[in-house]
Design a protein around this ligand. Structure first.
Ligand SMILES: C[S@@+](CC[C@H](N)C(=O)[O-])C[C@H]1O[C@@H](n2cnc3c(N)ncnc32)[C@H](O)[C@@H]1O
Length: 374
């Protein structure tokens, strides 16, 4: 069957059933399924409806199959046009096309509506293409969609908190391949036109070398990467913000310690791999929990982040612990947001001390702060 199908179908209906057709009609709509745009075909019998998702490349074949076997009429809509089709008794396809009175929107049609991001998919962030997060046309690669969502969400939380700032000096501790660092620089400097300097620090020499090359390639002149251990970072009094995204285990403690020590105004930290308490905890009070491995691991992670958040409050940070992405996106989905108000909450010290006594374990941030007495 010779038939011209438009690209960018948003919705449609196939109807006028052939003699002996087991289906009454078929509705089409564009949806996002597993991060991919597909057309969902909903085939109706008298009593049931059957849904099938068809990739955009295969839509034409599916339509031809349905028109061949079951139906004679079809209407398809793109945002601007409506296309009509009729199969004659001799099997010929007659078609017409007219301009829609109002644009048909994907959001109206699609329950599965796309989330708005600060950096929308399709926006070309050149280093992210080199890093494999997006393709040349700005479309996010399937493999990196979760990471794209994480860094966008991180960006959104930062953006909500810095409305009055014009310039910032930022450190990304444990930057790794620096997806977050690059998108942060792109957004603050290229989109918001702020005067921003960002430094990435990580243990991995080769990764740091590649990140510096990328920054140079795209003229990100105030973005620099250094190889080193967070533990050995030499305090710099000009830092306004620290970020950490999944800096492993006690690396997060050292990052928070530096932030407190440098009186950094903004802290955005997503911890992970909180092994320290898990490996050392000795508690009789909570033995009924810690005797189960997985519960011990989860409890230790919660205790670690609770101790950190309380210490930040003690040092005058307005502190919140929030879910920054869904758990399906990443199980390590808690973000500690701390903004320096200098309103010290000294009352929490007693609570942290008694918790630490009960746990009977080292905890790096606690030890750094209260055994080194900053
Ligand atoms: C899970 S990766 C996360 C990387 C990046 N922030 C991201 O979200 O894609 C953790 C990174 O922290 C770095 N790291 C861990 N401990 C560190 C330390 N003590 N000093 C510097 N970097 C550290 C690792 O080398 C690794 O690149």
């Amino acid at each position: 069957m010779e038939i011209n199908i438009p690209d960018n179908i948003i919705k449609g209906v196939i109807s006028s059933k052939k003699k002996d057709s087991k289906y009454e009609k078929c509705h089409l709509k564009r949806v996002t399924f597993s991060h991919e745009d597909v057309i969902q075909f909903s085939l109706y019998t008298e009593k049931q409806v059957f849904h099938t998702n068809v990739s955009l490349n295969d839509v034409k074949d599916k339509i031809i199959e349905l028109l061949d076997k079951y139906f004679n009429n079809m209407e398809l809509q793109t945002s601007d046009y409506t296309y009509g089709y009729r199969i004659t008794s001799k099997g010929k396809v007659l078609s017409n096309k007219h301009l829609n009175k109002e644009k048909v929107s994907l959001v109206d049609v699609n329950n599965n509506r796309k989330k708005k991001y600060l950096i929308e998919e399709g926006t070309i962030v050149e280093p992210l293409i080199d890093l494999g997060v997006m393709m040349k046309d700005g479309k996010v690669t399937k493999a990196q969609y979760d990471k794209f969502r994480q860094i966008n969400r991180f960006l959104e939380i930062i953006d909500d908190n810095i409305k009055d700032e014009r310039s910032l000096n930022i450190i990304d501790f444990g930057c790794g391949k620096s997806y977050l660092t690059f998108i942060l620089y792109y957004y603050l400097v290229r989109v918001k036109k702020m005067d921003v300097k960002i430094t990435g620090l990580d243990l991995k020499e080769e990764v740091i070398h590649d990140c510096n090359k990328l920054a140079e390639k795209y003229g990100y002149k105030n973005l620099h990467f250094y190889c080193g251990d967070i533990k050995d970072y030499a305090a710099n009094t000009n830092i306004d913000m620290i970020v950490t995204l999944h800096a492993c285990d006690t690396a997060t403690d050292f990052a928070l310690y530096h932030a407190i020590n440098m009186h950094v105004k903004y802290i955005f930290s997503v911890p992970c791999c909180q092994h320290e308490i898990n490996n050392n905890i000795e508690t009789t009070y909570m033995h009924s929990v810690t005797k189960f491995g997985i519960l011990k691991e989860r409890l230790s992670a919660i205790l670690t982040d609770a101790i950190r958040a309380n210490i930040l409050q003690y040092y005058g940070y307005k502190t919140q612990v929030m879910e920054f992405v869904d758990i399906e996106n990443s199980p390590k989905n808690l973000l500690v947001r701390a903004i320096l108000t200098n309103n010290k909450n000294t009352n929490v010290k007693k609570e942290i001390d008694s918790l630490m006594k009960e746990l009977n374990t080292p905890q790096t941030l606690y030890d750094l702060c209260f055994k080194n007495n900053i």
